[in-house]
Design a protein around this ligand. Structure first.
Ligand SMILES: CC(C)(COP(=O)(O)OP(=O)(O)OC[C@H]1O[C@@H](n2cnc3c(N)ncnc32)[C@H](O)[C@@H]1OP(=O)(O)O)[C@@H](O)C(=O)NCCC(=O)NCCS
Length: 144
C-alpha cells in the first residue's frame, strides 16, 4: 500500500468510488478543477495500481478545509481512513497549516469517530447543509 498525490490519471477510478460512496458525488469536472489548483492537495492510497482511498484539502495560509475522505467499501474498517487522515494532517502541517476544518453528515458516525480519533472536535452545526437526503452538517475543527 502506498500513499501518493492524486493525479488526473486517477480520475476514472476516483469517479467510480465517488459514485459508489456518496449520495451526491463530486463530478469529474469538479475534481479536475480542484486537482489543478495550487492551493489544494489530494492524496491517494494505492495498492497494485488500484486506488483504495483518497482525500483532499483546500489550504489558505495556516488554515485548511478537508474536502473529501473516502475509502473503498470493501476495504473499510482496516485503519486506512485513519492512515489517510493522519497523513493529510502531517503533510498539510508541512505546508504551514495549523488548523483544519471539515463538515460531515450528522448520521455519519463512523466518519465522526474517525475525525475525533485524529484530533477533531465538534464546534457547530449547519442546518440542512446536505441534500439527498436533507441533513444537518456537523462542523469539526482541529488545531495542531
Ligand atoms: C468514513 C470512512 C472514510 C472511514 O474509513 P475507514 O478506513 O473505514 O476508517 P478506519 O478503518 O480508520 O476506522 C473506521 C472503523 O473501523 C475500525 N477499525 C479499524 N481497523 C480495524 C480492524 N483492523 N478491525 C476492526 N475494526 C477496525 C475503527 O476502530 C473504526 O471503528 P468505529 O467505526 O467503531 O469508530 C469510510 O467509512 C468511508 O469512506 N465512508 C464513505 C464515505 C464517507 O462517508 N466519507 C466521509 C465524508 S465526510
Amino acid at each position: 500500500m502506498t500513499l501518493r498525490e492524486m493525479t488526473v490519471e486517477d480520475l476514472d477510478q476516483v469517479m467510480e468510488l465517488e459514485r459508489d460512496l456518496f449520495p451526491v458525488p463530486w463530478t469529474r469536472e469538479g475534481y479536475f478543477t480542484f486537482l489543478i489548483r495550487q492551493d489544494t492537495m489530494f492524496l491517494a492510497v494505492e495498492e497494485k495500481g488500484e486506488i483504495l482511498a483518497y482525500c483532499g484539502v483546500l489550504m489558505v495560509l495556516d488554515e485548511g478545509d478537508v474536502l473529501n475522505v473516502a475509502v473503498k467499501r470493501d476495504r473499510q474498517r482496516e485503519g486506512i481512513g485513519r492512515f489517510l487522515m493522519e497523513s493529510l494532517i502531517r503533510l498539510a502541517g508541512e505546508q504551514g497549516v495549523t488548523t483544519l476544518h471539515l463538515e460531515v453528515r450528522k448520521s455519519n458516525e463512523t466518519a465522526i469517530r474517525l475525525y475525533e480519533r485524529t484530533g477533531f472536535a465538534r464546534d457547530g452545526i449547519r442546518r440542512n447543509y446536505y441534500t439527498d437526503p436533507a441533513e444537518d452538517a456537523v462542523l469539526m475543527t482541529a488545531k495542531f
